[in-house]
Structures are given as C-alpha cells and as structure tokens.
Design a protein around this ligand. Structure first.
Ligand SMILES: NC(=O)c1ccc[n+]([C@@H]2O[C@H](COP(=O)([O-])OP(=O)(O)OC[C@H]3O[C@@H](n4cnc5c(N)ncnc54)[C@H](OP(=O)(O)O)[C@@H]3O)[C@@H](O)[C@H]2O)c1
Length: 247
C-alpha cells in the first residue's frame, strides 16, 4: 500500500491505460479521481473502479480549471497527477489539415500543459507528475508526424518542468509506451481492415512480437507515482517490447 494517503488524478481514466492505472493506484491505497469527456463513460468507469469520476475535456482550459477547483474542494491537495488523456489521428504529410493538427496538439500537448498549469497550486511538496507520451516521440513512423510531434513536445516540456519544479520536490517524468492494446486505434475511424493490417505490421516490428497490455504500463505508472521513485525526475521511460531499438 505504498500510495496510502495520497490523492491521484488521472486525466482520461475511463478507458485503456488510464483505466488500468486507476485500478493499480487504488490497489496501492491512493484515493483516485478519473476524468474523461463523456459523462456516460466516466460515470460507468468510476462505478466499476470504485473511484470518483469527473467530466472534463482537457482541450477546454476552463473545464480543467473547474476540475482542479472541484478536486481542491473535495481533497485539498493532489500527490499524483497522471496526465494521460490523449488521441491518435494518423495522416500522411500532404494530407494534414488544420483541424486534425489543432485537435491532436490541443489534447496531447496543450491539454497536458494546462492540466499541469491548473493543478500546480494544489500539488503537494513531493508530488509526482507523470506525462503519458509515446516511443513515437523519438521515431519517424509514416503517418504519425503530428501525433509524434505532440508527444515530442510533451517530452521536451517534461524536462523543463522537472527542472523548474525540483525546488518544490515535485518530480516530473514521461512514459513512452510502444503499441498497447487499447481502444485508441479503433477511435481513429480507420476501417477494420486497415486497423488489422496496422496491428499485424506493428506486432511484427516489436522484438517481443506482441502489443503491451494497459496493466503493464500501469505498473510503471504506480512505481513512478510512489515514493520508491523519489530520486527519479526529468526522465522519459520506454515500455515498448523493445520496439525503440529498431526505430
Ligand atoms: N495505446 C497505445 O498504443 C499508446 C501508445 C503510446 C502512447 N499512448 C498514449 O496513452 C494515452 C492513453 O491512451 P490509451 O491508449 O489508453 O487510449 P484510450 O483507451 O483511447 O484512452 C484515452 C483516454 O483519454 C481520454 N481523452 C481523450 N481526449 C480527451 C479530452 N479532450 N479530454 C479528456 N479526456 C480525453 C479518453 O476519453 P474518451 O473516451 O472520451 O475519448 C480516454 O479516457 C494517450 O495519451 C496515448 O497517446 C497510447
């Protein structure tokens, strides 16, 4: 129970990695708040997990402000901020639209920056911020230019935030997963055949020859969240079945 007494906020906790992490953090004793865009999904996930669910779209700064206010009123502090909400929208260069760029940067990067900005006043000394990035931040996978750039920006931001927040003993780290078995790919709107081809190709490229499971990422999240990781800040940790070796 290494997170006993800690309050953890997970953006985008109604599905995938955020959902598995909520379960893991709760199992280690944390009081957990999850967020998401859809009231129905957030309510259902919160009930399944036995945690608090609050609807907040991270692309809307006033919604993040309202979320931070609610958490402050209910708990008075935050010890673990898991900045996880994200979207993936592949598009080859030459077909990139303003809308898809603004959408992905608005959630994956701008949303992350303003989540941290608005929670900063209630982050405790010794708090842990974990930014969910991607191995693609350092790769060049065709079709992923905008997504990869949003995650590369997040990793760059993570380093500066770690340096600036160190005097408050707040640790800031990024996690770079490889392909993980979550609904994120189905949400791209790509036809099933294209999704199956993508999954088969991706799996073949991973040295361990499989996708990761959300629970495997959750183990790293709960370690970085805990005081066992008290000397770790400013890092970006691959958890990717080895795929980064080959990219
Ligand atoms: N799966 C992978 O292979 C993989 C690999 C590397 C990195 N990642 C990163 O891992 C993170 C979690 O993704 P996942 O794979 O677990 O996918 P997921 O199951 O689709 O989960 C994404 C979560 O983020 C939420 N979200 C999206 N946009 C939001 C917004 N504007 N405001 C609030 N919440 C929002 C989603 O809620 P809705 O249900 O409302 O959309 C959902 O709860 C993302 O940052 C993703 O980029 C994933």
């Amino acid at each position: 129970m290494s997170l006993q007494g800690k309050v953890a906020v997970i953006t985008g906790g109604n599905s995938g990695i955020g959902y598995a992490s909520a379960k893991a953090l709760k199992a280690k004793g944390a009081q957990v708040v999850i967020t998401g865009r859809s009231a129905e999904k957030v309510k259902r996930a919160a009930a399944e997990l036995g945690v608090v669910g609050i609807v907040a779209d991270v692309s809307d700064v006033s919604a993040i402000e309202q979320l931070a206010r609610q958490v402050k009123e209910q708990y008075g502090k935050v010890d673990v901020l898991f900045v996880n909400a994200g979207v993936y929208g592949p598009s080859p260069i030459g077909q990139i639209t303003e809308e898809m760029l603004d959408h992905q940067m608005g959630i994956n990067f701008r949303g992350a920056v303003f989540t941290i900005e608005k929670f900063l006043p209630i982050l405790q000394e010794g708090a842990s911020i974990i930014n969910l990035s991607s191995v693609l931040a350092d790769a060049g996978m065709p079709g992923g230019a905008v997504y990869a750039a949003s995650k590369a920006a997040l990793n760059s931001y993570t380093r500066t935030a770690a340096a600036e927040l160190a005097p408050r003993k707040i640790r800031v780290n990024a996690i770079n997963p490889g392909p993980v078995n979550t609904p994120i790919f189905a949400k791209t709107g790509l036809p099933e055949e294209a999704l199956n081809d993508f999954a088969a190709n991706m799996q073949e490229r991973v040295p361990l020859k499989r996708f990761g499971q959300p629970e495997e990422i959750a183990h790293l999240v709960s370690f970085l969240a805990s005081d066992e990781a008290a000397f770790i800040t400013g890092g970006a940790y691959n958890i990717d079945g080895g795929v980064a070796i080959l990219t």
